[in-house]
Design a protein around this ligand. Structure first.
Ligand SMILES: Cc1cc2nc3c(=O)[nH]c(=O)nc-3n(C[C@H](O)[C@H](O)[C@H](O)COP(=O)(O)O)c2cc1C
Length: 343
């Protein structure tokens, strides 16, 4: 299954009974290159419920990147490191050369982010061929050196966080990797509970997280396959993590973080379509500023594709614009006063 295709509705097994999460439980917005970038971060954080975002990865190879690369990928750095709704965004670096990662982390730290995040999970072939992303999960010792070098290079008051998968081909080195990240000096660890080989195939193995939590001293945040409030409850129960990172689930249901906070509502309130539609218009405006014309219609359709999972109106809208590639014609169709019907 491609990551862009929402998986089938998760199993309907009853949500495990868990006590309410503490007020310090965080809900983070996941980094998703090509999907959840600046325009969608703006929109999703405006809807609410999100404590912090991580940017899509910034690839570090063998050079010190100019500031403009960081601010292009994370334009929030030009506005105090936060989205307009005031939610902090941590730039995420991806690379395997400790000194180069450190140099770039030091530079991005001067641009006023609220922290720096490191990617140890990207499954992309081109990234792994160059020793970045998930491939580091085969080399915990190198992983430790990357984290330690970045930690040394970034001022002590700025958190350095990391995101890992359970492993590359299997999870045999998961404990070593988590320990390497902790001992390297990271302040927090997000675990996407799948190996690289498992790609984005459900399920996510939340049950593998408690043993990692037992090894490390830093907070652990669970990630993977949280599409509904019931999933969030089960994930908390199985992983033992109160804080969660939400990815595709938030793209499909922009009110998911609000619903998870609301908690007890059964069924929880869906953000009504009439509130989502203006956000699609804002998204289109932001995409128009930032994305090449030929890709704009595709970006809107990509979001509608996810929204179909929760909103019949999104299905209607998607069907109406599916074959339209011109962004102006697409906008005219989508925002014509009679379409889509709203209650
Ligand atoms: C299109 C796409 C792009 C992604 N890009 C990144 C990335 O840049 N950095 C990263 O750490 N994870 C990336 N991920 C992984 C997500 O952050 C997340 O771990 C994964 O989607 C599982 O969470 P979910 O089931 O809630 O979506 C990406 C995932 C998708 C689907």
């Amino acid at each position: 299954m491609s990551p862009a295709s929402p998986s089938p509705e998760p199993s309907s097994s009853p949500a495990a009974a868990v006590s309410s999460p503490s007020p310090s439980a965080l809900l983070l917005l996941a980094p998703m290159e090509g999907l959840l970038d600046h325009p969608l971060r703006e929109v999703l954080t405006a809807i609410g419920g999100v404590d912090r975002c991580v940017s899509e990865f910034i690839r570090i190879t063998d050079q010190l990147l100019p500031e403009r690369v960081f601010t292009r990928i994370v334009p929030e750095l030009l506005q105090g490191g936060r989205t307009r709704a005031g939610v902090p965004v941590r730039p995420q670096l991806l690379g395997s050369d400790p000194s180069c990662m450190a140099e770039n982390a030091a530079r991005v730290a001067t641009l006023g982010p609220e922290g720096v995040d490191l990617n140890f999970g990207c499954p992309a072939k081109v990234v792994n061929r160059h020793g970045g992303g998930a491939s580091l999960l085969r080399e915990p010792e190198l992983l430790h050196r990357v984290v330690a070098a970045v930690r040394r290079a970034v001022p002590a008051h700025l958190p350095v966080t990391a995101k890992m998968r359970l492993g590359y081909d299997d999870d045999a080195l998961a404990d070593d990797c988590a320990r390497a990240i902790d001992e390297g000096g990271a302040n927090e660890l997000v675990v996407h509970a799948r190996t690289k080989a498992q790609g984005y195939r459900p399920p996510a193995h939340w049950e593998r997280i408690p043993s990692l939590r037992a090894i490390v001293r830093i907070p652990v945040i669970a990630n993977g396959e949280i599409w509904t409030v019931a999933d969030a409850r089960r994930c908390r129960a199985e992983s033992g993590c109160e804080s969660l990172m939400l990815g595709r689930g938030m793209v499909a249901d922009p009110g998911l973080a609000l619903q998870i906070r609301q908690g007890s509502g059964d069924p929880p309130d869906l953000v009504p379509w009439r509130r989502v539609l203006p956000q699609i218009a804002l998204y289109l405006a932001l995409v128009t500023q930032r994305v090449e014309r030929k890709h704009r219609a595709g970006r809107i359709k990509q979001w509608l594709h996810y929204l179909r999972r929760r909103y019949p109106e999104a299905q209607q809208a998607y069907d109406a614009v599916r074959t339209i590639n011109d962004p102006v014609a697409l906008a005219a169709r989508l925002f014509a006063p009679t379409f889509p019907e709203t209650p």
